[in-house]
Ligand binder design. Structure first.
Ligand code: B82
Length: 324
């Protein structure tokens, strides 16, 4: 019987850092306004690089750290809502660039829950016994989909990538429980990248905006209501309590959401790992960037139990109990 063992986390964010003050030069806003409402101080924004470039960087580091060959990778799953192209998948671009000639590759679109959806999918492939080594990446260039004249959204997002390398093991199980769900009835709460129908034979052309749009109050209420329940579901499935958990690593959307979740769970904010101050909301990349940063800072020891929890467009949400 095979399980998934996570053997490493890595991340990459572009060098170009944009502070709240920088943003106040292009839209009517201020550092104080942004920070108090979101917890964000700065974000990394891409200059020339694409989503695939970020993911390639992360993939190469994961392979090098594990001392394996790209040819040993047999599965690449990339979570993104900002692919380089609608087709081919960004995962295929990565597969070609890193020389993972034995890997199948595909993208997953589950917005800010994407990395957890991708991990869960990779876990099922590895459990089948048919696949051995999986790259699971979250990568985004959200700056391409943001309306830079809309001060209510353009201050929220950042670009970057993070990922994990998983191997099939009959000795160590890193993925202990999960809760993955969707509420497609509420899909209009967060939208982005609309492709308009404007073929020459149409009388009425569609003119919906391409930009990311979000019903802030609605998604805030969704997150503070759903995330505590999802975390409790995972704990119940594994028959453990929050006392057994070292960290909760949430999707880094807004510090107020995390405060609301902590209050509902009746736990200290210290239990949550937060880094959105430096990166903003990087959607599918936010959880793996946090996990890579925690690894680098020696916050995660072998055997530690953590819960990762994503929530976003779809609406989707996904929590997972991980044993480091
Ligand atoms: S907000 O609506 O402006 N607000 C809450 C009432 C400020 C405190 C807001 C802001 Br600013 C930023 C993010 C959110 C939010 O709720 N985000 C999300 C909620 C659920 C799922 C995903 C997200 C996300 O931003 O990725 C609200």
């Amino acid at each position: 019987m095979f399980c998934s063992k996570i053997i490493g986390f890595e991340s990459y964010t572009p060098e170009n850092i944009i502070t709240n003050d920088d943003l106040s030069n292009i839209v009517e806003t201020s550092d104080e306004w942004i920070y108090t409402r979101t917890g964000i101080s700065k974000r990394c924004l891409t200059t020339k690089e694409n989503t695939s470039d970020f993911a390639i960087n992360v993939s190469k580091k994961l392979i090098e750290n594990a001392n394996i060959s790209p040819k040993d990778i047999d599965l690449i799953i990339l979570a993104t809502i900002t692919p380089d192209y609608l087709t081919p998948s960004t995962a295929c671009i990565v597969q070609g660039a890193i020389g993972a000639t034995n890997a199948l590759a595909f993208d997953i679109n589950a917005a800010c829950s994407g990395f957890v959806y991708a991990l869960s999918t990779a876990d099922k492939f590895l459990k089948s016994g048919l696949y051995k080594n999986a790259l699971v990446i979250g990568a985004e260039t959200l700056s391409k989909t943001v309306d830079w004249s809309d001060r209510s959204t353009c201050v929220l997002f950042g670009d970057g990538s993070g990922g994990a390398l998983l191997t099939a093991s009959n000795q160590y199980n890193s993925i202990l429980a999960e809760d993955l769900k969707a509420d497609g009835v509420s899909w209009q709460a967060i939208t982005g990248g609309k492709l308009n129908n404007n073929n020459p034979f149409l009388k009425e052309k569609e003119e919906e905006a391409f930009y990311l749009q979000m019903d802030g109050r609605k998604v805030f209420n969704f997150a503070t209501k759903t995330v505590p329940k999802s975390i409790n579901n995972v704990l119940e499935k594994a028959n453990i309590t929050l006392d057994d958990i070292k960290y909760i690593v949430p999707h880094q959307a807004n510090s107020r959401i995390v405060e609301g979740v902590a209050k509902k769970l009746n736990i200290s904010l210290d239990k949550f790992y937060l880094n959105l101050e430096s990166y903003g909301n990087t959607s599918a990349a936010s959880i793996p960037i946090a996990l890579a940063e925690m690894t680098k800072n020696n916050l995660l020891k072998k055997g530690d139990k953590i819960i990762i929890t994503g929530f976003g467009a779809g609406l989707t949400w996904a929590s997972m109990l991980i044993q480091i």
